[in-house]
Ligand binder design. Structure first.
Ligand SMILES: [Zn+2]
Length: 148
């Protein structure tokens, strides 16, 4: 939020707070700025993850995975840390969170053993965030030993 003033009449450039007429930063001006901004959407997925009775590091992993922020090859390429986003193991497409957790050969073989046969098609074709949320729920429809 700080901007550099370009006023040659008053001397050298200096950094100022653009939301204050005197260009002075104050907590109250920052608070007013936050209140005036559109409210951030509360992420329902975070609530689901937060309620899980698992260690905090698992919650953090799930949160990063759900947001697509795990340091996969695709994410590294997005951050200009590498040129290749391809999966180093199966070389079958980009290595993103969806690939690692659902579509890679190792993941898919594991999922097929766990998912009810009548739900396999839906399991692998759902949009990633919906799939992720569906698997976080207590009443997961994909688990083999659940009743209909
Ligand atoms: Zn792969």
């Amino acid at each position: 939020m700080a901007i550099i003033s370009h006023c040659f009449r008053f001397g050298v450039d200096r950094i100022g707070w653009k939301d204050d007429p005197k260009r002075a930063f104050t907590i109250s001006s920052a608070y007013s700025k936050i209140l005036c901004e559109p409210r951030l959407e509360v992420d329902d997925y975070w609530c689901i993850i937060w309620r899980l009775k698992v260690p905090q590091r698992i919650r953090s992993f799930l949160w990063l995975a759900m947001r697509g922020n795990l340091l996969t090859n695709a994410e590294c390429r997005q951050r200009h840390m590498t040129l290749a986003e391809e999966c180093d193991i199966c070389h079958n497409g980009a290595e993103d969170v969806n690939h690692i957790l659902r579509e890679s050969l190792g993941a898919a073989v594991t999922w097929i053993k766990l998912v009810r046969p009548d739900r396999v098609t839906k399991f692998f074709s759902m949009p990633f965030r919906d799939w992720f949320a569906a698997n976080l729920c207590d009443q997961c429809e994909f688990v083999s030993n659940q009743k209909d």
